[in-house]
Design a protein around this ligand. Structure first.
Ligand SMILES: Cc1cc2nc3c(=O)[nH]c(=O)nc-3n(C[C@H](O)[C@H](O)[C@H](O)COP(=O)(O)OP(=O)(O)OC[C@H]3O[C@@H](n4cnc5c(N)ncnc54)[C@H](O)[C@@H]3O)c2cc1C
Length: 363
């Protein structure tokens, strides 16, 4: 089977879905391929910072998200052994220290918006299996397998790899990526927030263990434990209560919810931490955005926001050239020129934040 489109986007995470939505609104023919059957079921970065908020507001999209799914966070606190040692309050311009939006809500709002346009096609449950090239080596589309098991060739003027940290598009295009470990991994879990819980973010050192806590919209708290890089397999041989009891010691108010909702290792999600930089973001007819181009660590919650900024800039570049019937090669290159510096600065900032982390606790 074969189909034709202008833009074929692989990966319906925040980067790919926002790009699809912005292009579809302006009349471009877009096919969005997503391997998950239901958008946003995985555990992901979900906190908007000022950059992400600006992008969504600029396009009138923040107001399209269900109000109960948008939670402005009022403080960032650093604790040490149950004592607050530093508090960061919002500056007056932003009015919050971040906004939590469950990824499923963000993606549903973007898909609902894009779905109003007949030039937009969403293919959930579909996996990319290879790329198409013409005889000059220019990328001309992708081969995908649909939810019904059909192989389809999607021919397009541009292929966008928005398929995340383990990008298949990047691999099929043979684009090398430099990966850097950060010496730790993260374990996450999610529990219902206790009655009257304030919308805060918090990092603490409790008995030498680093813990994180993010209040979430819809009444949840996401809790995280820093663990030594590659130590998860060994850790799982021990009782999971060693982790939950440290959490309870740090935040005694969470005790009932932790004991009721974290009852086995199945309740933890592992995020192996690394950052990566693709050697280049564009090839003729193909471009990478979001985590596929540059994987961030969760420090500072930049990953989601950098992905949204990439989509915003790429949509601008593509529309300008499509509307003036120019070749798309230059806009694809321009994305990297406009965004690589900012992203690499953020990655250096993350390393700096990780190495100076202890200073927040005056230790
Ligand atoms: C478990 C986890 C926890 C995270 N926690 C944080 C955090 O706390 N803070 C933070 O800032 N960042 C965090 N991140 C990173 C953050 O979620 C990403 O930076 C952000 O989601 C990047 O958006 P993206 O659209 O580029 O990629 P993604 O969100 O990864 O989206 C990629 C999409 O492509 C799809 N896909 C992948 N392969 C294929 C294929 N072959 N065919 C079709 N579709 C495909 C995937 O299903 C996915 O929907 C986390 C990431 C993970 C994986």
């Amino acid at each position: 089977m074969e189909r034709q489109t202008e833009i074929c986007i692989v990966g319906g995470g925040p980067a790919g879905t926002l790009l699809a939505c912005l292009l579809a609104r302006r009349g471009a023919e877009v096919v969005l391929i997503e391997k998950q059957a239901i958008p946003g079921p995985s555990f992901r970065g979900e906190i908007l910072n000022g950059d992400g908020e600006r992008v969504l507001k600029k396009h009138g999209l923040l107001s399209k998200i269900a109000p109960e799914a948008v939670l402005p966070l009022i403080r960032l606190e650093y604790w040490e052994n149950k004592r607050v040692v530093k508090t960061i309050l919002p500056d007056t311009e932003e009015g919050n220290v971040g906004i939590h939006i469950p990824q499923a809500d963000l993606l549903h709002a973007l898909l609902a918006e894009a779905g109003q346009y007949p030039n937009f096609t969403y293919m959930p449950g579909t996996t990319v299996r290879g790329l198409l090239q013409d005889r000059n080596g220019r990328y001309t589309g992708a081969t995908v397998r649909t939810a019904q098991g059909q192989d389809v060739q999607i021919r397009s003027s541009v292929v966008v790899g928005a398929d995340g940290r383990y990008s298949s598009v990047r691999r099929y295009a043979g684009i090398p990526s430099i990966t850097e470990g950060h010496g730790y991994d993260l374990l996450w879990a999610r529990i219902p927030a206790p009655e009257g819980w304030e919308p805060i973010m918090c990092s603490t050192i409790q008995d030498g263990q680093q813990l994180h806590l993010f209040t979430q919209a819809r009444g949840y708290v996401q809790v995280g434990w820093n663990i030594k890089e590659d130590s998860y397999k060994e850790l799982r041989k021990r009782p999971f209560e060693e982790l939950t009891e440290t959490l309870i010691a740090a935040f005694p108010r969470l005790a009932p919810s932790v004991r009721q909702h974290i009852t086995s290792w199945q309740d933890f999600v592992l995020l192996d931490i690394f950052s990566s930089r693709s050697e280049r973001w564009a090839r003729p007819g193909l471009v990478l955005i979001g985590d596929a181009a540059h994987t961030m660590t969760p420090t500072g919650a930049f990953g989601l926001n950098e992905a949204l900024c990439d989509a915003d800039v790429l949509h601008e570049e593509l529309l300008t050239c499509m509307e003036s019937h120019q070749s798309v090669e230059e806009p694809l290159e321009r994305l990297e020129q406009r965004r690589r510096g900012d992203v690499e600065r953020r990655q250096r900032e993350q390393l700096d934040m990780e190495t100076t982390y202890a200073r927040n606790f005056n230790i």
